[in-house]
Design a protein around this ligand. Structure first.
Ligand SMILES: Cc1cc2nc3c(=O)[nH]c(=O)nc-3n(C[C@H](O)[C@H](O)[C@H](O)COP(=O)(O)OP(=O)(O)OC[C@H]3O[C@@H](n4cnc5c(N)ncnc54)[C@H](O)[C@@H]3O)c2cc1C
Length: 606
């Protein structure tokens, strides 16, 4: 095939024009000797129509005279092709013979033209965390020759860990185990006596907990390596840097490099905790260190008096378990707790934590940290016009996470990234601006940073690339739980988001205060905090668009109700189901008080 010149003209925000631009750019990238593309982009529809009239591009084209829609596409000087559909057909016929390419196009993806077996690997996942492992194993299952790179850059404190990424090593798993330790302590020290137990003051051994968690995680690291081997995925414990869309440089721990060629790349590098950039910020540890560092090297070999800086779920979860394990714990919060979550419930979490012993310094950020002679840390902050300070054994910075893409080679490969370094996958189909490079998990701009999201999007992507699937990840109604001392389960919209999206007149909120039976014989439990609400959409037969619950075991409760919401459950469906008595979850089946009524939503007996 000789060189074909393709011209695509249209207006900027026209979806069909953009699709035609993407497809032709991809074809040009893959076949530079065969295709040369020119894009003519007009600012808006009006300007495009004027341009069509004035320039009359169709005049000299065989068949294009009457073309009025966007885009108009022609080949070479005078061969009228048509609009977006014609471009897709032309691309398929001339460049994509593989049936799978058609499936991908149907799933909104730009064909990447990759041939299996042409490179060292058909697919390389950069990152062996939740998303990368799931993607690698599924792609290998479907016949691709896959490698998975996983390399942990040490935290500023030198902490590293094994295969499996954030969730297993420094996220969900150790966090939930610490939460469990905290709940056990609460139950033994506070709740058990109400049920007739006299257990005395139970003491907690931090080093024992840490040792047991590390042993458990080492077992998981091993299982992940075995699973990759069994699936015939090549595990490479080296840092990957993208040199160009088909070449990755591997760097080992000693700095030795080599390159591999690859058909498709999946970026699944996740994120890392943001550093505290104040004088002495290096004295603060982060969540990676909390869960993986060698505590025996710290003066007290345990957290001791702890300051947690931040108001994210990571900050509150860590503070929650530190406090419940008996450490004097303070949270320093600049503005609000749990930004993005339901405001009423986020504030209630703060109340619960305060009432059960966690201290809060509100409206402040640390300005510097000094190390004292005794090896502790003096933290300074401003409160109004006063400078205040306090000495802590441990300072944990939990002020957010950043995408781990700074040295990944996105620029070299021309992968479009957002200002925050995250990778842009327009159309939520996990495909980046470079057609044969994909991204899953926390690294994707606008993605919910949750393990099951990374896993499911990776599996679906593998099935689209190597199976017979067109299934896209559905990012709606994803349930989640914050594992603070009082658990908070949520699915769908917060009350604020529901009101903003649908307007006050279309939203009905049913709510109820809960009286968990497991707390009823305990006299010092914070009162009036456990609660649940259903946010319903009046114009859709009271479909439930937001579910929120604060109480014990909310992670377990929310999962089941999320399925009902996914299936379109209405308020009546919730009321029609038979409850399981006596549980807190059954309160969703017996709600009758709306917020609008202003009636008392207090808990009542059965
Ligand atoms: C404290 C904490 C608690 C959390 N709790 C929960 C929870 O309860 N529930 C939940 O669903 N989610 C939770 N999360 C979020 C969850 O851990 C992440 O959403 C999930 O791990 C994202 O998976 P991923 O595959 O995108 O990235 P990751 O799991 O972060 O994996 C990325 C991997 O890529 C490696 N890597 C990076 N760059 C390179 C490179 N250039 N070459 C080779 N390897 C590289 C990294 O070292 C890492 O191993 C928590 C996170 C944190 C920090």
């Amino acid at each position: 095939m000789s060189l074909t010149r393709v011209t695509v003209a249209g207006w900027r925000n026209c979806g069909f024009f953009q699709k035609a631009v993407k497809v032709t750019a991809a074809i040009e990238l893959l076949y530079p000797k065969k295709v040369q593309v020119t894009h003519i982009e007009l600012a808006d529809r009006e300007k495009y129509i004027t341009w069509l009239k004035e320039e009359k591009p169709g005049k000299n084209l065989t068949g294009g005279v009457n073309h009025t829609s966007s885009p108009i596409v022609w080949l070479n000087d005078n061969e009228y092709l048509g609009g977006c559909d014609a471009v897709l057909d032309w691309s398929r016929q001339n460049f994509l013979s593989d049936k799978k390419e058609e499936q991908k196009t149907a799933a909104g993806m730009v064909p990447d033209g990759v041939e299996m077996g042409k490179y060292d690997y058909d697919l390389v996942c950069i990152g062996g965390g939740s998303g990368g492992l799931a993607m690698s194993k599924e792609a290998a299952n479907l016949g691709a020759n896959v490698a998975c790179l996983d390399f942990v850059k040490p935290s500023p404190n030198g902490t590293t860990w094994g295969l499996g990424g954030t969730c297993v090593n420094v996220g969900c798993i150790p966090k939930k185990l610490c939460h469990r330790a905290a709940i056990l302590g609460e139950e033994v020290n506070h709740d058990a006596s109400g049920f007739g137990w006299s257990v005395g003051e139970a003491k907690h051994d931090w080093s024992k907990l840490v040792e047991n968690i590390h042993n458990y995680i080492s077992g998981l690291n091993f299982k992940y390596r075995v699973a990759l081997r069994e699936k015939k995925v090549k595990y490479i414990n080296k840092l990957g840097t993208i040199i160009d869309p088909h070449t990755i440089q591997l760097t080992d721990r000693k700095g030795k490099t080599e390159t591999i060629t690859v058909g498709r790349i999946v970026v699944a590098v996740g994120g890392r905790p943001t550093d505290l950039t104040i004088p002495g910020g290096e004295y603060a540890i982060n969540s990676d260190d909390v869960f993986q560092m060698d505590w025996t090297t710290t003066p007290k070999q345990q957290p001791g008096k702890t300051l947690v800086v931040g108001a994210s779920y990571v900050a509150l979860e860590c503070a929650g378990f530190f406090a419940a394990l008996g450490y004097d714990t303070t949270v320093m919060v600049r503005s609000i707790l749990l930004r993005g979550f339901d405001r009423e419930y986020s504030d209630k979490i703060g109340e619960y934590m305060e009432q059960s012993g966690t201290k809060f310094i509100k409206g402040s950020v640390p300005s510097k940290i000094e190390k004292t002679e005794s090896g502790q840390y003096k933290v300074f902050w401003s409160k109004g016009s006063n400078e205040e300070s306090e000495v802590y054994d441990t300072v944990v910075a939990a002020i957010g996470r950043y995408a781990d893409t700074s040295k990944l080679g996105c620029e070299a490969a021309k992968i479009e990234t957002a200002k925050n370094g995250k990778i842009i996958c327009e159309g939520k189909n996990e495909q980046t601006s470079v057609p044969n490079i994909y991204a899953v998990g926390d690294v994707v701009e606008g993605m919910l940073e949750l393990t099951p999201v990374a896993i499911q999007s990776g599996i679906f992507l593998a099935q689209r690339l190597y199976g017979n699937s067109t299934q896209m990840m559905n990012y709606d109604l994803i349930p989640t739980t914050v594992f603070t001392p009082i658990e908070y389960g949520a699915c769908g919209l917060s009350e604020e988001d529901a009101l903003a999206k649908y307007g006050e007149s279309d939203i009905e909120v049913y709510h109820k205060e809960l009286a968990p039976l497991e707390w009823e014989l305990v006299h010092d439990k914070p009162k009036g905090i456990a609660r649940a609400k259903l946010i319903c959409l009046k114009s859709e037969n009271m479909r439930v668009v937001g579910l929120h619950i604060l109480g014990p075991n909310c992670g377990e409760i929310t999962q089941g109700f999320a399925l009902a919401m996914k299936l379109g459950a209405t308020f009546k469906d919730f009321q029609d189901q038979v409850g399981i008595h006596p549980t807190v979850a059954e309160d969703f089946t017996t709600m009758s008080v709306t917020k609008a009524s202003g009636d008392d939503a207090g808990a009542s007996g059965c």
